[in-house]
Design a protein around this ligand. Structure first.
Ligand SMILES: NC(=O)c1ccc[n+]([C@@H]2O[C@H](COP(=O)([O-])OP(=O)(O)OC[C@H]3O[C@@H](n4cnc5c(N)ncnc54)[C@H](O)[C@@H]3O)[C@@H](O)[C@H]2O)c1
Length: 318
């Protein structure tokens, strides 16, 4: 069997960390990306490694490669980017899944889908176990992402039932860390960039809505354990950090770590914004022996250091 690993969306935030980790483990990695939200800088240090190959390609089109494993990570993840071209977002999730599943079927590869907590929509159950089917608006501004990812899950499970494909489905909850984009509108990067620039911190609603935040290293541990798990364990499995923080608590922590005096600025809640989202990780803990280890304060320190250096670089270039 071919033991090289395909990472679609490999130049993005999570994908580039995954590529780096796999290359450092001595694996042969094929990174596929169309650079919609990914950046060359994220994978620049890997480009000179012989075990790393970059292929510029849109997963909406078929791809013929010889690989043993596929991590299907391609899809813009931040609302700003996935709502910019919603038709392309749905196509990336659905056509991308069909093409990557077709590839996995042809070469008998094991394939992991980076699904999302967004499949639960605006949940009525807290925390969300995998058995919860979700409360999702099919026609709202987030639907291109939520329903695209739900359809991708359907395709994964149908390929598994119909073609006995080796699938793994991870439902990823809010993950943060170095290499997030400064302009992607996700709350952690927004707060840090605003705090470092001394701009007002944008809080939607009254800031009491909560999120749980998983550090990138913890998430990748979970993805790797899932990929290596027994064939009969297919998921879906939640991967995220169950410790909840309100937006106000997050803002205070970020301000402290950045040493910033930015003020808070309150704005109306955007459409379909879930009020609370928290993973139930009992299944991941029981089946994969996985638990997040990095505290929010420690993960934020690394992330703040990353943004401090990239923002300094941007200022120096302007
Ligand atoms: N970061 C999170 O908190 C989070 C949460 C849930 C799910 N996820 C999922 O994890 C995956 C990676 O997310 P991320 O945070 O790294 O996002 P990201 O936007 O940084 O990375 C996505 C990557 O996919 C590439 N891409 C987009 N459309 C493509 C296409 N049609 N063909 C080829 N490449 C394409 C982008 O250029 C980018 O490099 C996504 O599938 C996302 O839905 C992430």
């Amino acid at each position: 069997m071919n033991d090289s690993i395909l990472v679609t969306g490999g130049a993005g935030f999570l994908g580039s960390h995954l590529c780096q980790r796999l290359v450092h483990q001595g694996r042969d990695v094929l990174c596929v990306d169309n650079f919609y939200t990914g950046r060359r800088a994220n994978i620049a240090p890997l480009l000179e490694r012989r075990s790393f190959e970059l292929i510029r390609h849109d997963v909406c089109f078929p791809l013929y490669l010889e690989v043993g494993q596929i991590y299907n990570m391609a899809c813009p993840a931040s609302p700003v980017h996935y709502q910019f071209d919603p038709v392309q977002t749905t196509k990336t999730s659905v056509h991308g899944a069909i093409n990557m599943l077709g590839l996995a079927k042809r070469v008998k590869a094991r394939i992991l889908q980076a699904s999302t907590s967004e499949v639960y929509g605006d949940p009525e159950v807290h925390p969300q176990p995998e058995s919860y089917w979700g409360w999702v608006n099919p026609i709202g501004i987030r639907s291109c992402y939520d329903e695209g990812k739900r359809c991708a899950e359907t395709l994964f499970f149908d390929y598994w039932r119909q073609h006995q494909l080796q699938i793994k489905v991870a439902r990823i909850f809010n993950t943060y860390g170095p290499r997030m984009r400064a302009d992607d509108g996700r709350v952690v990067s927004n707060f840090i960039v605003q705090a470092l620039r001394g701009e007002p911190i944008t809080i939607y609603g009254d800031g009491s809505q909560t999120r749980s935040f998983c550090y990138v290293d913890d998430l990748l541990d979970g993805l790797e354990l899932l990929m290596a798990s027994a064939p009969e364990f297919v998921g879906p499995v939640n991967l995220g950090n169950p410790v909840e923080f309100s937006m106000l608590e997050l803002a205070e922590l970020v301000l402290r770590l950045c040493g910033s005096r930015s003020k808070l600025s309150f704005h109306p809640l955007p459409g379909d914004d879930p009020k609370q989202r928290q993973p139930d990780i009992a299944l991941a803990s029981r089946s994969l022996g996985w638990q997040p280890k990095v505290s929010l304060a420690d993960g934020l320190k690394e992330t703040v250091a990353y943004f401090r250096s990239t923002l300094d670089h941007d200022l120096a270039r302007s």
